[in-house]
Design a protein around this ligand. Structure first.
Ligand SMILES: [Zn+2]
Length: 85
């Protein structure tokens, strides 16, 4: 399911995806923050624990283990953790 969502997001141009998200954030009293697509050196590849940057991997690979700590991270959760910093 998440892979299908990621494919759908990739297929939609940036503006078409951002406007509804900004509307939803505003509607729910939240703050929407648009992140540059290259910020910061791919959030899904950078380990949120130690900063190790994994090699590029296909989007169908949804998790990965950090070779430094041995911890396995969900790709989306790891990216979200990096954006919170
Ligand atoms: Zn790590």
């Amino acid at each position: 399911m998440r892979f299908q969502i990621a494919q759908s997001i990739a297929a939609v141009s940036g503006g078409e995806m951002v406007r509804p998200l900004e509307y939803q954030a505003d509607w729910h009293g939240r703050t929407g923050v648009k992140i540059d697509k290259v910020y910061p050196l791919s959030t899904s590849k950078r380990c949120c624990d130690c900063g190790y940057i994994a090699p590029k991997r296909p989007i169908a690979i949804r998790s990965g283990a950090c070779p430094e700590w041995g911890e396995t991270h969900d790709r989306d959760i790891n990216a979200a953790q990096n954006l919170l910093v």
